[in-house]
Design a protein around this ligand. Structure first.
Ligand code: KIV
Length: 264
């Protein structure tokens, strides 16, 4: 199988094939994600919570992300690899360039930043220098202290319009993908229809071009009550390999996310 690129994903988007993405942080899980036919891997800063046992993603640093991106690259065959820029590693354009370079050299093909219009110049500069960017909007966990909790974003018409404007501005600046977390289905649909780059959703409804979940959540390994948008695929399967295959199948045939995983 050929290496998945941004071009591959955009062809899938154009022919209406849903794109599958899961987080991974090591070589072994990356091997099994490849075997299950996952299109894209996110080396998420969620590793702070699921690997390091932290209560937020804020303490994750660039060295952690570079290390885990190397691990994922070592186990990868053909998935596209996206890596997160951690909290406060893209405050200035210069800082963003240095840290994004480190992630690309570790094996990422695209980096992800959390935030809105204030990132326009950073996105433009990275893109100009050959570093594709995914802009993460909606619930942005690095801003948890400002947001006041892990809540659905974009509920009012003004907030929804603002998010749509931000998505369009970031696309115009050169963003190659948009990620929407924890937004009403109507907002996920409106942003997917208005933008031309692939939109990845997590708790953003069934209309986005791609779906992503945190690996440990969808395998039922994360302790505690799970948020509404998570489905435990191990509840219906006997092996991790079967659960990964079920995720791919259900995203592709559009049975996941179902209405019980979405927000009105
Ligand atoms: O870090 C992460 O895993 C993420 C997903 C929740 C989208 O950003």
């Amino acid at each position: 199988m050929a290496q998945t690129t941004l071009h591959t994903l955009s062809s899938m988007q154009q022919r209406g094939e849903k794109i599958t993405c899961l987080t991974s942080y090591d070589a072994t899980f990356t091997h099994w994600l490849n075997a299950a036919g996952v299109d894209m891997i996110l080396v998420g800063d969620s590793l702070g919570m699921v690997l390091q046992g932290l209560d937020s993603t804020l303490p994750v640093d660039i060295e952690d992300m570079v290390y885990h991106t190397h691990c994922v690259k070592a186990g990868n065959q053909n998935c596209l690899i996206m890596a997160d820029m951690p909290f406060m590693t893209y405050r200035t354009i210069e800082q963003a360039m240095t840290n994004a370079t480190a992630l690309m050299q570790a094996g990422a093909q695209i980096i992800k930043l959390e935030g809105g219009i204030w990132l326009q110049d950073t996105v433009a500069k990275l893109y100009e220098q050959g570093i594709p960017v995914c802009a993460h909007l909606g619930l942005t966990p690095q801003a948890i202290n400002k947001l006041g909790g892990y809540r659905v974003q974009g509920r009012t018409p003004e907030q929804a319009q603002n998010m749509l404007d931000e998505a369009l501005a970031l696309e115009a600046a050169g963003a190659s993908m948009i990620l929407l977390e924890c937004v009403p289905t109507s907002v996920g649909k409106a942003i997917t229809e208005a933008t031309s780059v692939p939109v990845i959703g997590i708790g953003a409804g069934p209309y986005t071009d791609a779906q992503v979940l945190v690996l440990h959540d969808m395998l039922g390994l994360s302790p505690g009550k799970q948020t509404r948008f998570v489905k435990n695929f191990m509840a219906q399967e006997n092996t991790i390999q079967d659960a990964l295959a079920a995720y791919v199948r259900e995203v592709k045939n559009q049975t996941f996310p179902a209405s019980e995983h979405c927000f009105e």
